[in-house]
Every structure is written in C-alpha cells, then in structure tokens.
Design a protein around this ligand. Structure first.
Ligand code: ZN
Length: 308
C-alpha cells in the first residue's frame, strides 16, 4: 500500500466527519474492476484505480481479470464475474468480446439497478454489442457508426448526424482544461467549474446512439493541438433500466515522463475525485464523498504523488 493512499483516505474521512457525514460508519460499497485486456497497461492502472477508490473509505474493491487475448473457449468459460454481488462495476477493459453469457449478465445487472463506470479506453470496446453502446452512449468508433455529441460555447448540447464530422481520434497528449457543464449533479457539485487536467489524451469525435446522455463536463479540443475545434464531452452519465452508467474519457497511461511510465493522467486529483464520486453515484444514485480541499485550479494541475 502506498503512503498517499492512507493520507488521502484519512484526509477525506476527516473532512467527512467535520462536515457531519457518517462515512466511517457506512458499510463500504462493493466495487468490481474488470480488466485483463487493454491497449493500455491495465496491470498498473487497475491497482491505481483500486487505491483511488479505497482511499476514500467508501469502497471495498475486487478485481476480475479476463483471459488474455487469444485464449481458448475453455479458458473463457472460467470467466464469469458475479456482477450482481457488487454495487458498481468499473470497466478497465478494452479487448476481445466476452462470452454471450457474460454480456447478458452485465446488461441484466445494470438493468436491475447496478452501477457501471467506463474509464478511458474501456469505451473503445465491444463495438458490435448493441446494449453496451446504449449503456456507454458514445464509444471510440468510425463516424459512420453513430451520432456525435459536442457542447456549444453557450452550453447547448449539439448532436451531429452519423457520417458527418470526424471519426473518433485524439491529437498529441497535452494538459487541458475541463469545464463542468452541470454544477448541480451529485458527481460534480462543489467542484471548481474549470480545472486544469494534466497531460492526457483528449478524445474527440466519439460516436454512438447517445440516447439519454447527460454531459457533466467537456474539454475544448484545439485544432492547433490536433483536435476538432469543438468542446468534446469528457464526463457523462446515462440511466439504463434501473441502473446508472458513468463514463470518464480521462485517464490515459503510457509513454514516458522523465524516463518512467507516464501516469500523470490517473494521478490528477480531478480524475481521481470524479472517478470516486462517479463510482459512488453509479452505485447509489447519490454522492457523499466531499469535494476535496486539494483540487486543480483553472490554471494549475494538482497531482497525487507517484506510487512507490
Ligand atoms: Zn489512451
């Protein structure tokens, strides 16, 4: 366990007590991170996300790891996460299709009130799974796949038709400002309206059915930085059956920063806070986790220290 985990957890728990919350007394929510295949280093990002969630004191996290790419049918038969035992499922998975029974179990779980959180490249997965596309709203797809959603400068949500505008992509990584578009939603309430996210990919042109999608935050995709010149959605929620889905496009890990794997994106306190609050909301429909006292400002990044 890393030192920062204890310190952050303590600070957050302390803040909750001061604010009159009763986090320490509440039974932890049960979260399941699903991984096993990803075009990112899931072996390092899963422990980091687990630590972020558990540091709040609000979650107890298990991990379900799928077979590796190219595994046999028999190996896949052993993969059947018991989604229904959890309050929230966090997908850190971007890889081969799951067995139909696993897909059905996840859809039933969310329909019956389960929470689902999609992190970064997890929205690249499962293009040919219709219910998954409905749950995530937008995925990393070709522009012929479905609609695109952007946010006008006045905050209006703009739908671009299938076939028009860019396909999914991103320019070179850079730090960018995240703009909260709904300050009243439990996940974003109390957070600064503008905050500087650290070096990360800025996904653009995400495509999908985009039904019932409520955008919580966007980021301006600068043409000078390989982007689209539009405000691209970064955080959003979708109700699905009795359940709730939260997507964050933030959180790329890879490449090198001073000779080490660049983990800045998942150490940004903006990423960590919205991940934890998004997971709590997906699990319960409410957020008790307080806005942290340390948070990026509109001009200054704020990162948790590197894991030891
Ligand atoms: Zn990435």
């Amino acid at each position: 366990m890393m030192m920062r985990t204890f310190r952050q957890g303590f600070l957050i728990a302390l803040t909750a007590v001061v604010m009159g919350g009763s986090l320490s007394a509440a039974e932890p929510l049960k979260a399941l991170i699903v991984d096993g295949q990803n075009n990112h280093d899931w072996k390092s990002t899963t422990p980091s996300m687990k630590a972020t969630l558990e540091a709040t004191g609000r979650f107890k996290v298990d991990v379900a790891t799928s077979p590796a790419k190219g595994a046999s049918k028999d190996e896949w038969k052993a993969f059947h996460p018991e989604f229904s035992k959890y309050d929230v499922v966090v997908s850190n998975y971007n890889g081969e299709g799951w067995p139909a029974s696993v897909n059905e179990a996840l859809v039933d779980y969310v329909k019956n009130g389960g929470g689902l959180v999609i992190v970064h490249a997890a929205n690249n997965a499962f293009e040919s799974w219709p219910e998954y596309n409905d749950m995530i709203g937008l995925g990393w797809r070709d522009n012929k796949f479905g609609e695109r959603v952007t946010i006008a400068d006045n905050g209006e949500v703009v739908h671009t038709l299938k076939g028009q505008g860019p396909s999914s992509g991103h320019g070179p990584q850079h730090a960018y400002k995240v703009i909260i578009r709904d300050n009243e939603h439990p996940i974003t309430k109390g957070l600064p309206t503008e905050w500087m996210h650290t070096n990360d990919e800025l996904y653009h042109g995400q495509r999908g059915p985009a039904r019932n999608m409520h955008v919580l935050a966007s980021a301006y995709s600068d043409k000078a930085k390989g982007g689209t010149g539009a405000n691209e959605p970064m955080l959003w929620v979708i109700p699905y059956g009795k359940g709730r889905v939260f997507t964050t496009l933030l959180g790329h890990v890879g490449g090198s920063n001073n000779g080490k794997t660049d983990t800045r994106a998942i150490r940004c306190l903006g990423f960590q806070t919205t991940l934890a609050r998004g997971a709590e909301w997906a699990a319960t429909g409410k957020v008790t986790l307080p806005a942290p006292t340390e948070f990026p400002s509109a001009s200054e990044e704020k990162l948790a220290p590197e894991a030891k």
